[in-house]
Design a protein around this ligand. Structure first.
Ligand SMILES: Nc1ncnc2c1ncn2[C@@H]1O[C@H](COP(=O)(O)OP(=O)(O)OP(=O)(O)O)[C@@H](O)[C@H]1O
Length: 612
């Protein structure tokens, strides 16, 4: 069966990233993208780049001049020395010494220059990748996984670093040495020069072969390396679930497979090298023999000086010496190209939710939310929320309930603009939320998620996330307001306790209180809350409830409610089922109506009574 290759546009961004065998068009497409990225990185450092090249060329020229000076010494200075004139011999020796010193100094200089250059380019790329991935929308991250992002940022950039650090200077130096030495062979003896040039033919064919094979191997190695990292990251981030479900053995087996696949890839790539490099050296040696044969015969005939023959032997050997360097460069280049293909793909991705170019100011936010003829589906997936209207007046507390997968989180995430509507409009105080600047939107709408994520740093830092410029008093005030102050004070270093250190580890309820304090400090107009489902013991449940009351205040609040007390205290309850709002009213109204909410409420009440 023949495999149909999609058009290059299907390789846009990270699409088709795991494919190995690309068609010619596709290869051209990804290669151009990689080169564009390289060009973009080189642009700010082009002056240093030129200076480095010039230094490398100069040092190579110095090195290539050695055989010429030797030839000059033997054929010109030596006979004069025999005749009693030592001057030219000293001159030749001095020139050799000077060329040697200059070559050394220039090599040292270009080594420093390349290090600076490659680090400058890598720094740029690292920042570019980090900023870009952070800018990409949730939709992207949900499918791309953090493991892949990590592998782009680590192992791919590492492949590029190897190339930039050692490869580029090696390439230029190698090529230059070859070019200058070939030129010196021509200067010494034109026919020998042509003999050397015939090497181009076999070199061309073996290089084409290597290029094709190694690009597949290195591309595959990027893919297997990413898979390995993804599995590693997933295991480590999900370590609790791994332990809880005794996944260790299964994970070990999988990791074994992945690391072995990676090992095999690398071996296969090195095997190609082990054919390519000796073949090139073999071609070089054959050429040396050919030149010696041709010029040796001419010396015997008396058509060539002995000094020239010695210099030719030196020079021809030198022509092919950089092969080792060049093949190393080429293998680093192939590996880096495969990495660049992936990184440039990631950078080609555009965020699906972008801040507006001409934002509309939100003068005095009150917190009225309006969905009009709105519908939503994730990406190109099925419609999750079919067309609906929803008006939430400023200051209302709305509890959303419904079975799992009904679309509750989806609805609230739209208000936080984690995603944009598929159709219809969503406004905050009359302003479409996609017309609000990021700053206005984040100030007006804060979402507290179930996970209550804490960043590394102190408790104080974590609360201050809600308002980075907040004073210590404000932070304590916020913590007090939500009832977190007491437990924070009981921690080893109080507000300065590091949340990642032993003793600073917080319970789920405590973490939720910290995130409440964070939201309280941020003081948004609209608060969105995905209540934790995990059942807490009664005192902390009460604590959280009291904190919640404080937090809600008079602001607009939309809560995905899992607690009876939250629902009972809400002004309004929305029951969502299969993406539709099927009941809408005050808790009392809905209980009286005897619908779904009434059933749910009754079940809750019964479970509460059993617990008490
Ligand atoms: N990022 C996503 N990409 C694609 N589909 C998604 C995504 N998130 C959720 N869905 C789908 O959307 C539907 C609604 O999910 P949602 O998370 O809104 O439900 P929910 O009511 O909040 O459920 P739960 O109470 O279990 O959290 C589900 O069918 C789910 O599979």
């Amino acid at each position: 069966m023949t495999q149909q290759h999609p058009t290059p546009s299907s390789l846009h961004g990270v699409a088709g990233e795991d494919r190995l065998d690309l068609s010619k068009d596709e290869q051209r497409y990804v290669r151009r993208r990689s080169w564009r990225l390289l060009g973009r990185l080189a642009k700010p450092v082009r002056k240093q780049l030129i200076l480095t090249m010039v230094t490398v060329m100069a040092s190579s020229a110095m090195r290539a001049s050695f055989p010429l000076i030797v030839a000059l010494g033997i054929d010109w200075a030596l006979p004069l020395m025999v005749a009693g004139n030592n001057g030219p011999a000293f001159l030749a020796a001095g020139a050799y010494l000077l060329a040697g010193i200059l070559a050394g100094v220039l090599t040292a200089w270009y080594t420093v220059l390349t290090a600076k250059l490659s680090q400058a380019m890598l720094l740029d790329l690292r920042l570019m990748v980090f900023r870009h991935t952070q800018r990409l929308s949730l939709e992207f991250h949900e499918t791309y996984t953090s493991g892949r992002v990590i592998s782009r940022q680590t192992s791919d950039l590492e492949a590029l670093r190897e190339l930039l650090d050692q490869g580029v200077a090696g390439l230029v130096a190698g090529f230059m040495t070859m070019a200058f030495t070939v030129a010196s062979v021509f200067i010494l003896d034109v026919p020998s020069g042509f003999v050397v040039l015939t090497a181009i033919v076999p070199i061309y064919f073996i290089t084409r072969w290597y290029q094709h094979r190694s690009s597949i191997q290195y591309r595959s190695s990027r893919v297997t390396s990413a898979r390995m990292i993804v599995h590693f990251v997933e295991t480590m981030t999900g370590i609790r679930a791994v332990k809880a479900f005794r996944r260790q053995q299964a994970n070990n087996v999988r990791y074994d497979e992945l690391t072995n696949a990676y090992r095999k890839n690398n071996i296969a790539a090195l095997m190609l090298n082990s054919i390519y490099q000796p073949t090139l050296l073999g071609i070089g040696n054959i050429m040396v023999a050919a030149v010696l044969l041709v010029s040796g015969l001419r010396v015997l005939d008396g058509n060539l000086e002995l000094g020239v023959l010695i210099a030719l032997a030196m020079a021809t050997k030198r022509v092919f010496q950089p092969f080792e360097q060049l093949t190393q460069f080429y293998s680093a280049f192939q590996s880096a190209t495969a990495a660049l293909e992936k990184v440039s793909g990631l950078l080609e991705e555009a965020p699906s939710v972008t801040p507006p170019k001409d934002p509309q100011p939100l003068a005095a936010p009150a917190g009225a939310i309006d969905f009009t003829q709105a519908s939503f589906g994730y990406g190109t997936g099925p419609e999750i929320l079919p067309k609906f209207d929803l008006h939430i007046p400023a200051g209302q507390t709305v509890a959303i309930v419904g079975s799992t997968g009904a679309g509750k989180s989806t609805l609230v995430k739209l208000i936080a603009r984690f995603y944009d509507l598929t159709s219809g409009s969503l406004t905050l105080d009359g302003v479409p939320i996609n017309r609000l600047s990021d700053e206005d939107l984040r100030r007006a709408v804060v979402m507290v998620t179930q996970e209550s994520f804490l960043f590394s740093g102190s408790i104080r830092d974590n609360i201050a996330l809600g308002k980075p410029e907040a004073s210590d008093e404000e932070i304590v005030l916020a913590a007090r307001a939500v009832g977190a102050h007491e437990f924070i004070c009981a921690l080893p270093d109080g507000y300065d306790t590091d949340v990642n250190k032993r003793g600073g580890r917080l319970s789920a309820g405590q973490r939720q209180l910290v995130s409440f304090a964070r939201a309280f400090l941020a003081d948004p107009t609209v608060l969105i809350l995905d209540e934790a489902t995990s059942s807490m013991d009664l005192p902390s449940e009460r604590l959280v409830q009291a904190a919640l009351d404080q937090l809600l205040g008079n602001r607009t609040a939309v809560i995905i409610a899992h607690r009876l007390s939250t629902v009972a205290n809400a002004d309004r309850v929305l029951v969502v089922d299969a993406g539709r709002i099927v009941e809408d009213g005050s808790p009392a109204e809905l209980i009286a109506a005897g619908g779904r909410f009434a059933q749910l409420y009754q079940a809750w009440e019964e479970s509460q009574q059993q617990e008490n």
